[in-house]
Each structure stands twice: as C-alpha cells, then as structure tokens.
Design a protein around this ligand. Structure first.
Ligand code: CP
Ligand code: NVA
Length: 329
C-alpha cells in the first residue's frame, strides 16, 4: 500500500484497508522495537511539531517515533510566530521548505486543513477540536491486540460525543465494522450530518452507530467502555458546572462496568480525572464539590482498564503514520 505524501487530518479520508495498513505497520514497528531491530532508515529527514495546546502522549509519541525512524524534530509552541504575527498559510509555506512533514495540534480543524493546503509536505493532525485521528489508531490497535478482532465488537462511549474523541470514534468504528454506541444526554450526541456519513460507511463494514440516553440499553453486551474528560482543552471554564451536572449520571463506575460483558475492557484517551489529585483536578473538585469525574478511580485502576496499553500504542501508531506518509522502507 502506498500512502507516501498523504496528509493525515481525519480518518474520513482513509479507507478501511488503509486504516488496517497503519495498524499492521504499527504492530510490526512494536515488535521490532521490543526486539531492538532498528528502523532508522529515514535519516536526514526533519519534521516540525506544532503544539498550540498542551500534550504529553502525542508530543512524546511524535518525538520518540521520529527519533526511532532516524528523523530530527523541531518543537514549536509558545515563542513561534504562528497565528499571532504570521498566518497559517505563510507558516505552512515556510515550514514546507525546511521540513519533510508537519504535525499540528490546535483549535479549529480548518487550521490544520489550511496548513495542509499550503505546506506541500504531509501534515499530521495531532488533535483539533473536531478530530483526533492518531488517538484512534492507538485505540484500535489496543482493542485488536486484546480481542484479536475489531469487526463486530460493541464499543460504548460515555460523555460529550460532539468533540474530537466522540467524532473520531464514530468514524473509525463505522469504517472498521464495530458497533458504536454514544451514551449521553441528547445535547452531547455527535452532529446528525456526521452520523449520516457514518451510516454510509457502516453499509459496507457491517458496523452500526447509535446514540442513546439509556445506560442499561447502551452497556448491554458491551465489549469496550470508553470515556473522555468532560471539558476539553480550549473550552471556557464556565462550562464546567453544566457539564458536571449533565454528565455525572454518565460517569463510568463499577456499576456501569458490571452491566457490560464480563470480558469488557475500559479505555480512556488520557489525561483523566479519575482522582482529583492533580492541580487542576483539585481546584475543580473543590469548586464543584466532586471527588471523581468521568471515571472512578476503582475502574481506572482495575484489571479491566487498558489505559496505559493504549498510551504506549500512541507511539507505535504515530510511527506508522510518519513512516507510511514519508515513504519508509
Ligand atoms: N491522548 C492525548 O492526546 O494525550 P496528550 O494530550 O497528552 O497528547
Ligand atoms: N477531548 C480531549 C481529548 C484529549 C486528548 C481534549 O480535547 O482535551
């Protein structure tokens, strides 16, 4: 499969076969890494990593993956001209002349599209408000490693499904033939237009997509229970009160996990407020009188939880994306 020079902005742009190719390549890279087999044949190439929002996993995954492939990285965050003094289009044309690829994490998806339009080199979406496609590859690899299959599994997402994780899960599950269920108050369902697109992909993949407010119905026979933070990066602090009120009934706790299959796993893209021991968690907990949010500590720390397996797979899958689009051999 030849994916050289392709942008990686959303999985909408990739066929099920191409997505599976990324997963297979990532699995191969993972095995090679464990066996210390070098893969650094992209020596001499350089990539730029633009982060307009914080990151631990995505940034580290890009840096380590690039290093393993022999590629040098430049991290651009505060202190660059992007967006303040210089437009995205101008930035793209500058970076495109120095680098073989550009990662971008930011706000509106139109920003990463603009970057891709002008860069002339592959652009990789490291998270926008609307989509988080590299996260999806890691999640699918983790699920496939655990169950041995993807098609036919039931994945239930609890929380705000109008944002990057909910949207991206809708797409990848529909393309790869999983049964995707959003369980949340109606106002947090993905846009109807996205659901319509997903239904089209489901016709060929055998997957299904459904939104419900009913926890019993959603969790019955579930293989994977997935959740994300209730307030995403870049959203104003004012939304916290309403989110906690709306989504508290949809918290993933032991009672929810019990309703799913005995063999069900728990997943979260991270970072997570499973306890409120971090600075931000503590402040929010105190302000709104809560001790746990989207997932309880009990579930997060349980043997059913594959959150750190998923985090590791960010690196192997991002390596596959960089490698495939830069023509690694
Ligand atoms: N899941 C994820 O994207 O994590 P970071 O925000 O740490 O990159
Ligand atoms: N929805 C979260 C995902 C973090 C990886 C956010 O955008 O903050």
């Amino acid at each position: 499969m030849n994916l050289k020079n392709r942008n990686f902005l959303t999985l909408k742009d990739f066929s099920p076969e191409e997505i599976t190719f990324f997963l297979d390549l990532a699995a191969d890279f993972k095995e090679k890494k464990k066996k210390n087999i070098p893969v650094n044949t992209l020596k001499g190439k350089n990539i730029a990593l633009i982060f307009e929002k914080p990151s631990t996993r995505t940034r580290c995954a890009f840096e380590v993956a690039a290093h393993d492939l022999g590629i040098c990285t430049t991290y651009l965050a505060e202190g660059s001209q992007i967006g303040d003094k210089e437009s995205i289009a101008d930035t793209a044309r500058v970076l495109g002349r120095m680098y073989e690829g550009i990662e971008y994490r930011g706000f509106e998806h139109s920003n990463v599209e603009e970057l891709a339009k002008y860069a002339g080199v592959p652009v990789w979406n490291g998270l926008t408000n609307e989509f988080h496609p590299t996260q999806m590859l890691a999640d699918m690899l983790t699920i496939r490693e655990h169950f041995g299959i993807l098609k036919g599994l039931k994945l239930v997402y609890f929380g705000d499904a109008r944002y990057n994780i909910g949207n991206s899960l809708s797409i990848v599950c529909s393309k790869l033939g999983l049964h995707f269920v959003v369980c949340a108050p109606e106002k947090y369902f993905p846009a109807e237009s996205l659901i319509d697109e997903c239904r089209e992909w489901c016709k060929t993949s055998g997957g299904t997509i459904k939104c419900t407010t009913n926890i019993e119905d959603a969790t019955k026979d579930a293989d994977i229970i997935y959740t994300d933070v209730w307030v995403s990066m870049g959203e104003p602090d004012e939304v916290w009160a309403e989110r906690i009120k709306d989504l508290k009934p949809y918290q993933v706790n032991a009672a929810v996990m019990k309703k799913a299959k005995k063999t069900a796993i728990f997943m979260h893209d991270l970072p997570s407020f499973h306890n409120l021991e971090t600075k931000i968690g503590y402040e929010i907990g105190k302000k709104f009188n809560v001790t746990e949010m989207e997932v309880t500590d009990e579930v997060f720390e349980s043997p059913q939880s594959l959150v750190f397996e998923g985090a590791e797979n960010r690196m192997h899958t991002i390596k596959a994306v960089i490698a495939a689009t830069l023509g690694w051999k």
